[in-house]
Ligand binder design. Sequence first.
Ligand code: ARG
Length: 475
Amino acid sequence: MKNSAKLWDGRFTEATDALVEAFTESVSFDRRLYRHDIAGSIAHATMLASVGVLTTGERDAIVRGLEAIRTDIDAGRFEWSTSLEDVHMNIESVLTQRIGEAGKKLHTGRSRNDQVATDVRLLVRAEIDEVVAAVRALQRSIVDLADREHDTIMPGFTHLQTAQPVTFGHHLLAWYEMLERDAERFVDARKRVNRMPLGSAALAGTSFPIDRDMTARLLGFDTVSANSIDSVSDRDFLIEFAAAASLAMVHLSRMSEELVLWSSAQFEFVDIGDAFCTGSSIMPQKKNPDIAELVRGKSARVIGNLSALLVLMKGQPLAYNRDNQEDKEPLFDIVDTLKSSLLVYARMLPATRVRRDRMREAARRGYATATDLADYLVRRAVPFRDAHAVVGRAVRHAIESERDLSELSLDELRTFSAAIDEDVFEVLTLEGSVASRAHRGGTAPERVREAVRAAREHLDQVAPPGPDQPTGGAH
Ligand code: ARG
């Protein structure tokens, strides 16, 4: 028995197998596109009327009908049907049930192939704007913290071994820069997302006198796509978004790893607010940095989704193939994972207490000013390699007597090099060390302040704080 509700079964004599129906349907997840699908259909119908393919009466019936459907879906009153396969045919078929003949004309001059490509682009465009706003909010909370901690001294690490003293504000602004490039990447990807495929129809275009520029204008696209075969087929715009999302998650995972280390009893550099941690069901003393761990873990899903999208596209012949239906779930998962990770991070950071005493102590214990002593000797005409060896011996001596370099006496220091004088203690202090790195991009507190100011100016320019946008609490 045929199921005559289907929109494409004219040439079919048998009903679809139930298992096939369940296997091929996408409405269970692509209904998430409904707002964009309806916006696309309204623009399409408006254009069709303006070129004379629809009457204005038909157009008005379609537009009103689609708006009513949107209201119903918004309110959860719309009945989705799996036998109607996807979001596009569910909406079109209910439209026709409601408004009659005019509804059957909506699909004139288009195909689900250009329709779905348009819907996905509209969704990605909207989501990019939300993602960028979330990145900006997180950047603001980082800048607020960097401002407060501009002269807090901590050990800087290479190989996770104490390397040189840095200011915590400077370290935080490294996070800011990572996210700044992420925002740039999203904004750049958006340019290639915002091109309209509608009008490409199934793949070859349409014989109707459509005005693609008009539809593009109505939908806010920058331009129309140049080739109908390409534009129903490629999902590279989506892959670019997924790649930018993966990098952002990789950045968040690195920040997370630092927070996990820093909040441990071995470091005790930070104390993450109770509201952002959980306990252990067996070990009463535990307070776990779950947010950081989960974000680190969730980066794996986003990277996995990127790889799914790449493999999905690989080897597909032109033009549209049903494979592309598989792009939706990875896309939605990326969007949800990325946005929630950014939002929770922007809230967690202001609730994180910084243990300045612990950071300072760790920098002191780690012989972090050894390079400063070597540089001091170089300024006194000792070749750098010789200076390096001299300081190495001095550090070994300090380790043996369990003291910091600044705790050695001048006489002791002079046994390693006669070039050392009283003023050496200025460079052996942690403050002297960070203050001396005062070039552009350096860790000196005055430079951190300057970088904080520049970052705030930049953020105010690209994302002026609105009434409900988090600005952090520091100023
Ligand atoms: N659900 C499909 C997708 O997501 C819509 C396009 C299907 N086109 C077709 N001719 N079967 O890609």
